[in-house]
Design a protein around this ligand. Structure first.
Ligand code: SF4
Length: 476
């Protein structure tokens, strides 16, 4: 008989945006949750399963464990920042239901299977790599010794089974929409720059980009962009429109949705025919011709990784994009009426006080509609982590504070952790406290009452987050 599986995006920290899909797992400046798409994907494969996404549901560890009552298998998604608390949750599950099987999935246990197992006695297994069919094998009762892509303990010894190959037939994976509908409350999912309510899905996995700091392509998804067919994507979106008429925007959360230009243009035309509003992730290297096709067919907003305003840093991290390309890209988007959300990262190799200043000035000239500033986090399994260890930049293991807020784990000869930490707030202030962004925000507020209320709430959250960060969570 098949096992009944409970998939858990755990309450690692209160308000933690840690589900697969979030690039830097942490509590954000404003309430922000990505969909737990990877878990939903596996749940869609396993009959009789259930998915609980505890942070947006505001579920405590006790609530979460109570939800395990009718299940034979608990699958916890974990991250490097959340592992310690997630391990405690696994132990809690095992203490309440000694018969239940408990496993962990995600990049952290892919990279550190041995440590993950040895540090948490409650775990029956951890998966390495893509875990969809791995978990399906376990649900179907395959003995652990025969399941590819797992590590487990036998007589106190860690056994690593053979690796599992990457999934090639992406169309064979079932749609996540039915799981979203069954198990999630979509009104609980917010991303500051997306319309509300939104839904995000993947149309492919993997990214050809080589960015040394980027977690998913280096640990789970790989550097080959494996995609669903255009028809499969359009059919799913047609269903999504029917199933979720209240959704204002669909977001394609692939690592780099625009990695294959021909495919993007074809998908855009299909989406245009459906008449939906959509947004996506992108690198800053898409030509105007393709952006125009995307815009004409319903693209509203693009999320683009800019990272730094210093070309040496961009080279150091193998971004494969220059500041000149970034400038041209944002200008083209503006010309076509595409809203831009740019992500920056402070503390990457080569960062100094001068490059931070240069990046802030660059961001002001670039002037995307909105931006986000993260702290460079060396995740185990990335080239950045290995480099940081080798060169002695790594000063701390922890990537977040006790409350889940991003912390600085590195330090350079000329730049302390505290300087990187403080620069985040300076960046936000220097960018947002200017007439142009303020006017842009006010304009969106006067458009409709709902947006006005949302922006006011976000402003309150932002300032209280910054205050808390400065007082309780400041870099030690
Ligand atoms: S382009 Fe984006 S998703 Fe791809 S490796 Fe670089 S940061 Fe990661």
């Amino acid at each position: 008989m098949e096992k009944r599986a409970l998939f858990v995006n755990p309450p690692s920290y209160e308000g933690f945006d840690g589900g697969a899909g979030s690039r830097y797992q942490a509590k954000r400046e404003v309430l922000s949750f990505w969909y737990p798409t990877w878990l939903a994907q596996t749940s869609a494969l396993c009959k009789g399963s259930r998915l609980i996404d505890t942070p947006p549901q505001e579920m405590s560890p006790d609530d979460t464990v109570r939800a395990g009552k009718d299940f034979d298998l608990v699958v916890i998604y974990t991250s490097t920042p959340g592992y310690k608390n997630d391990a405690r949750l696994a132990e809690h599950f095992k203490a309440v239901y000694p018969e239940i099987m408990v496993g962990m999935v995600g990049p952290h246990c892919t990279v550190l299977p041995e440590e993950s197992l040895l540090q948490c006695k409650a775990l029956d297994f951890v998966t390495r790599g893509e875990f969809d069919y791995t978990i399906l094998d376990i649900v179907r009762g395959k003995p652990l010794s025969e399941v590819e892509g797992i590590s487990y303990l036998k007589n106190g010894k860690v056994i690593h089974n053979r690796d599992r190959s990457l999934i090639e037939d992406m169309d064979a994976l079932p749609s996540v929409l039915d799981v979203y509908k069954r198990d999630l409350s979509i009104e609980k999912y917010f991303i500051g720059y997306l319309l509300h309510p939104y839904i995000s899905v993947y149309t492919g996995r993997g990214c050809p980009g080589q960015c040394t700091f980027c977690l998913w392509p280096q640990t789970i998804a790989g550097h080959r962009y494996r995609t669903r067919s255009v028809k499969n994507v359009i059919d799913e979106m047609a269903r999504a429109k029917e199933m979720f008429p209240e959704v204002k925007e669909f977001f394609f959360d692939d690592d780099t949705f625009t990695a294959n230009l021909k495919r993007v243009e074809e998908i855009s035309k299909g989406l245009g025919a459906l008449g939906i509003t959509w947004s996506c992730s992108s690198r800053a290297n898409v030509p105007e011709k393709t952006l125009a096709v995307m815009r004409k067919n319903g693209l509203r907003c693009i999320m683009v990784g800019i990272e730094s305003g210093d070309d040496t840093i961009l080279k150091n991290v193998k971004k494969g994009i220059t500041t000149a390309q970034a400038m041209k890209f944002i200008k083209t988007c503006r010309k076509l009426g595409i809203v831009t959300h740019a992500t920056f990262c402070l503390g990457l190799p080569g960062e100094t006080k001068e490059t931070i200043h240069k990046t802030i000035e660059f961001a002001k000239r670039l002037d995307p509609d909105t931006l986000q500033v993260s702290i460079a986090s060396p995740y185990p399994g990335t080239e950045f982590y290995r480099e940081a260890k080798e060169k002695g930049w790594l000063k701390k293991d922890s990537l977040v504070s006790e409350s889940g807020i991003q912390q600085v784990a590195i330090e350079y000869d000329d730049l302390s952790g505290e300087e990187i930490f403080n620069a985040v707030e300076v960046f936000y202030n220097k960018f947002y406290l200017r007439p142009r962004p303020i006017l842009r925000i006010v304009k969106t507020m006067i458009k409709d009452k709902e947006t006005c209320k949302r922006r006011l709430r976000e402003a309150k959250e932002f300032f209280s987050f910054m205050y808390k960060r400065k007082t309780n969570d400041r870099c030690a």
